[in-house]
Design a protein around this ligand. Structure first.
Ligand code: ADP
Ligand code: MG
Length: 142
C-alpha cells in the first residue's frame, strides 16, 4: 500500500543543542510510519551527520546554517544534510571503513556507522553547500 508522501525541511544555526530539535521534528513526522527500532536507528544515523555538518562543516559557527531536508515516498526515506563548509571526499568514507581496526573508537566512527545503517551515503558540492545524502528503503511500521 502506498503511504502519503512526507517532506520536511529544517534550517538550524550551527549549535549542538539544535541537534535535538532536528531529531524531535524528524521522529514526530515519521513515528506513525516506522516501528520503534527503525525510528531509533534512522534518527541515530541522521544525528551523526547533523553533528558532523555543525562541527566539521560549519566549524560550530552559529551564523552558518545547517539545512536538513527529508522526504519519505514509496518506502524510500531520503535525507539531505547541507552545510556551508569545504566538505570531504566520498573516498574518505571508504578509507575509514577499510581501516576501521586502526581507528581509536573515539573519532572517525560516525560515518562508518551511518554507512552500515543506511542503504547509501553520498556527498557532493552543490553551489555554495556541501551536501550529504542518505537513503534508506523501509518496509514501514508492522
Ligand atoms: N560535513 C562535513 N564537512 C567536512 N568534513 C566532514 C564532514 N563530515 C565528516 N567530515 C570529515 O570526516 C571525518 C569522519 O567523520 P566521522 O566518521 O563522523 O568521525 P568524527 O566526527 O568522530 O571525526 C571527520 O573527522 C571530518 O574530517
Ligand atoms: Mg562525527
Amino acid at each position: 500500500m502506498n503511504r502519503e508522501a512526507i517532506s520536511l525541511s529544517i534550517a538550524i544555526p550551527s549549535l549542538l543543542n539544535n541537534v535535538d530539535v532536528v531529531s524531535v521534528c524528524i521522529e514526530e513526522s515519521l513515528k506513525n510510519y516506522l516501528d520503534d527500532e527503525q525510528l531509533y536507528w534512522v534518527s541515530f544515523a541522521l544525528r551523526e551527520i547533523v553533528v558532523n555538518a555543525i562541527v566539521h562543516g560549519n566549524l560550530s559557527d552559529e551564523k552558518k546554517p545547517v539545512v536538513v531536508e527529508m522526504s519519505f515516498e514509496n518506502d524510500t526515506l531520503e535525507f539531505c544534510v547541507k552545510d556551508k563548509g569545504r566538505g570531504f571526499l566520498e573516498k574518505d568514507l571508504i578509507c575509514h571503513e577499510k581501516f576501521i581496526e586502526k581507528l581509536d573508537y573515539e573519532r572517525g566512527l560516525g560515518n562508518v556507522l551511518v554507512k552500515k545503517l543506511m542503504d547509501s551515503i553520498e556527498c557532493r558540492k552543490e553551489r555554495n553547500w556541501f551536501v550529504v545524502k542518505l537513503l534508506k528503503r523501509l518496509g514501514g511500521k508492522k
